[in-house]
Design a protein around this ligand. Sequence first.
Ligand SMILES: Cc1cc2nc3c(=O)[nH]c(=O)nc-3n(C[C@H](O)[C@H](O)[C@H](O)COP(=O)(O)OP(=O)(O)OC[C@H]3O[C@@H](n4cnc5c(N)ncnc54)[C@H](O)[C@@H]3O)c2cc1C
Length: 453
Amino acid sequence: MGGPPVLIVGAGPIGLTLALELARFDVPTVVLDAKPEPTREGSRAIVLARHALATFVRLDCGAPMLEKAVVLARARTYFRDTELFCVEFPREREGELPRFVNLQQTYTEAALLDEAARTPAVALRWNARVSDLRQDGEGVTVVLAGGDEVRGSYVVGCDGARSTLRDLLGVGFPGRSHHDRFLIADVRAAMPFPRDERRFFFDPPQNPGRTMLVHPQPDNEWRIDWQVPGDTDAEEERRSGRLDERIRRVVGHGDYELAWLTAYLFHQRVADRWRSGRAFLAGDAAHLFSPFGARGLNSGVEDAVNLGWRLALVRAGDADDRLLDGYELERRSAALENLRVTTATMRFMAPTTPLHRLAREAILRGSLRSALLRRHVNSGRLAEPAVYGDSDGVIGRPLPLEIPTRPLVHSFALARLHRRDVLVRPDQYVARWLEGDAEAAVAEILRAPSGAP
Ligand SMILES: Cc1cc2nc3c(=O)[nH]c(=O)nc-3n(C[C@H](O)[C@H](O)[C@H](O)COP(=O)(O)OP(=O)(O)OC[C@H]3O[C@@H](n4cnc5c(N)ncnc54)[C@H](O)[C@@H]3O)c2cc1C
């Protein structure tokens, strides 16, 4: 069984993760990207959570990321000049991955691309803009700008926020966009801050009335992120000298070098449908969250893993087509949860009504004295892996993180699927498709030596 490859539209972090995940199940993929060649587009997703790192390690591209990344030890939140609270991330135990690291997305993508290039089952095609899609009972055909056609068994749109696949499938993308803009500068400088801390400021003297975030990155770079009025233009800030003034207020009088500058409007949106026949959406094509919480790339990696094993089993004829419906069921509900969390953060950070503004001011002022009020200060809830409900035959018991990173856990799990109707999913959950004592089987799997058949 098998047939034509799975087509992946978009060689961003999510498309590449999906290609590598499918390759671990011996599923060939063709990854089509509109860009003429890989580009280095700026730091974007800098915070990688442990569950995404565990996937990258399992897919053999985590080592260069871990080597380069800055491990975050704590996150501090300030109101004006005063520290309100500090969240300490427990230090990882021997053999455990860090809870959060900071790494520019360019490095994450480079490590994924290197591994994809080493993987024979992954065929990468640049300069391949998908412009149309047809599907039938046997497979899908995508049409490239220029007229070439590529045939596949399934297609997955990992083509980002302005997804062509989503438009071609007529899928709605409801939600909202924020009025305020966020001006982001990656600056190389010697800074007066420790290199393992995230610092978030409400109403700081350097950006009165709004927020500012300072994050360490590798290469002695710092991300400075200012909340600014919606009509702010990054290039005009640079030309007018206002950017230099802003940076000086943070880095002081020493030398600095600007590595990347951009201004973003953030969006909160989740696609109405994630599956249309043999076509699927994943990553930013399926959901957009404001990045305060680091839930974009991190949750997109979970999409890729969740869809990967389902596609592999169905394509191989080992599971019924209905298994694919579980992808939308689980991952769309995870996206709605991420939307809920990031919407609450944005409501606090950038209140849009006078009432919300008043409430926020009262909470911030009051929290200078009251520990109780401090609990309501929301400077971003950093990404957690999704916990699925009792859906799709899932028991919903998270496995210890180290289990999915064991080599051969896939083939071991698949063997179990045939024999015991139990699957250890690479996204850390246990599923039961038919009757069977899943808990006992899992206990047996955990007792078995690593990689046992
Ligand atoms: C300022 C900022 C900070 C962020 N911080 C974080 C963070 O700390 N942590 C986090 O988890 N997330 C963060 N994010 C979000 C993260 O950057 C995205 O979630 C991530 O890039 C999504 O990856 P993707 O592969 O889905 O899409 P993309 O990275 O957008 O890749 C899409 C790919 O599809 C290709 N493409 C598009 N259309 C077509 C077409 N028609 N045919 C062929 N190819 C096509 C594009 O060329 C591109 O290569 C941040 C985002 C921003 C902007």
